[in-house]
Design a protein around this ligand. Structure first.
Ligand code: PA5
Length: 469
């Protein structure tokens, strides 16, 4: 398989939007030696056993194990409840949103190709209760996904699902309806899975949660929904192959990293908007938002200085956001870089056959095809943004299929790793997230967190002064 993504970045350059707002070829050439050196470092780290996310497209044994498991329970389940949060759910959601029928859960079982899918990420009591009430519990598979094996939201949602399942089918049978995707050796969920005999799949060690989409974390739910997971990995591998060049102007991931970071650091574009013109790709923008934010939003540089790095990722959807955020993007502060995603050929063709007589202003829609309309809106938006000197670039895909989604996943991950190098921050780890996780444990009374709980319990003397009730 060959990579098929096309990137047109002219509108992000000074040629199109002027020197004040555009990244110049001179700027890209100036950063080229750094990019090439970092490329060498990334490959050397991979060869030494790090950067393990880069190897996920090669795990064919895992793919076969997943497909064999899905096959072994074919027709057994009507409902599949995915329990996980952040990197443990966003990749699967993005994949299934892109590649399954938009109303998959509403299709009759014969047409759906697998169980209905429900995701419990937020521990919102209203949604959790409604979801479990909707599921046919004797025929429900619960897939709990957590790399650390202890995230409060995931474990709380899981324990609720487990107790509900046990009440419906009994403890022994319930344990057969639970699949745990977690660390192969460590963590609380691993302990529980081993004790209760759940089927398990591994979260690969040495890979951050947000880089696990091409592991069992993303692939198992996708396979249950009938997605071509082999095709996804082939697409990712094709993008990896394309990204083997150290040349910033030839490597799509490095080019996008360089444009984004230079636009931020030298042109004041503190935000990066991703705006696909396809509902199916909206989940990818959500997944990318977490990846870009959590990887690059860092207080400290690699040499320990306070830098408060990062570019705020924003998700938008064309054409809907033309009637919402685009006004701000076009006339508000010129502080954004905008990434449009266009689709050459949508998977369906829908044509306006006729228009009512006597309303000539509607005649232009006669014979119009909706995909063509959306595509022209994308072009029109690029044009309008450029006219207003708002830097933007367009990624075009030939169509939306498993290979293209695999390409996006690999592209954005490598772009983010190179983004970390250009910001001089560590793209792995998430100390800011861990701080909040620990505070939650303390507030919920987890043992070992007593000191933090005491700190959090101190009420400032002037608290009342700032409370409006
Ligand atoms: O990217 C990350 O590492 C995080 O977003 C995690 O995926 C998220 O916090 C969930 O963690 P876990 O999979 O350990 O439950």
């Amino acid at each position: 398989m060959q990579s098929r993504l096309v990137i047109d970045y002219r509108n992000a350059t000074d040629v199109a939007v002027g020197t004040e707002h555009g990244v110049s070829l001179a700027m890209l050439n100036a950063v080229a030696p750094k990019v090439a050196a970092e490329h060498g470092r990334i490959l050397a780290e991979r060869a030494a056993g790090d950067q393990r996310w880069m190897n996920l497209p090669d795990d064919h044994a895992l793919v076969e194990a997943i497909l064999a498991f899905v096959d072994s329970v074919k027709g057994r389940y009507s409902d599949y409840v995915l329990i996980g949060i952040g990197g443990s759910s966003l990749g699967a959601i993005a994949t299934i949103m892109a590649l399954a029928h938009p109303y998959r859960n509403l299709l009759p079982a014969g047409k759906r190709g697998g169980p209905r899918l429900f995701v419990l990420d937020n521990p919102d009591p209203e949604k959790v209760k409604a979801t479990l009430e909707l599921c046919d519990l004797p025929n429900t598979l619960v897939n709990v996904i957590t790399k650390s094996g202890q995230t409060a939201e995931t474990m709380a949602n899981f324990l609720v699902a487990k107790q509900t399942l046990e009440a419906a089918v009994g403890k022994e049978r319930a344990s057969k309806q639970i699949v745990a995707t977690t660390d192969p050796k460590d963590g609380l969920l691993r302990q529980l899975a081993d004790a209760e005999g759940y089927t398990t799949f591994p979260v690969p060690p040495g890979v951050d949660g947000r880089q696990t989409v091409l592991s069992a974390v993303g692939l198992l739910p996708a396979a249950f929904c009938g997605i071509d997971i082999r095709g996804m990995l082939d697409g990712a591998a094709a993008m990896r192959e394309r990204c083997m060049t150290p040349e910033v102007l030839e490597n799509p991931a490095y080019l996008l990293a360089a444009i984004s970071v230079l636009a931020d650091q030298q042109r004041g574009k503190r935000m990066l908007v991703t705006m696909p013109y396809a509902d199916a790709l909206f989940g990818i923008t959500d997944w990318f938002r977490q990846l870009w934010a959590e990887s690059l939003g860092k207080r400290l540089s690699l040499d320990g200085k306070e830098v408060f790095a990062g570019q705020t990722p924003i998700k938008a959807l064309g054409a809907i956001d033309q009637h919402s955020q685009i006004q701000l993007y076009t006339e508000g502060p010129n502080d954004k870089l905008i990434s449009l995603i266009a689709v050459d050929q949508y998977r369906d063709t829908v044509t306006v056959e006729s228009v009512p007589a006597g309303i000539p202003d509607l005649d232009y829609l006669k014979g119009a095809e909706l995909g063509q309309l959306l595509d022209r809106e994308c072009l029109a938006t690029a044009w309008a943004l450029t006219q207003a000197k708002r830097p933007n670039f367009t990624i075009t895909v030939p169509t939306i299929d498993a290979g293209i989604i695999g390409e996006f996943f690999y592209l954005y991950q490598l772009q983010t790793v190179m983004g970390g190098a250009l910001y001089n921050v560590m793209p792995f780890g998430q100390p800011g997230v861990e701080a909040g996780k620990n505070a939650t444990y303390a507030l919920m009374g987890r043992s070992g967190y007593e000191k933090l709980k005491a700190e959090l319990s101190v009420v400032p003397a002037d608290a009342e002064r700032f409370r409006l009730s």
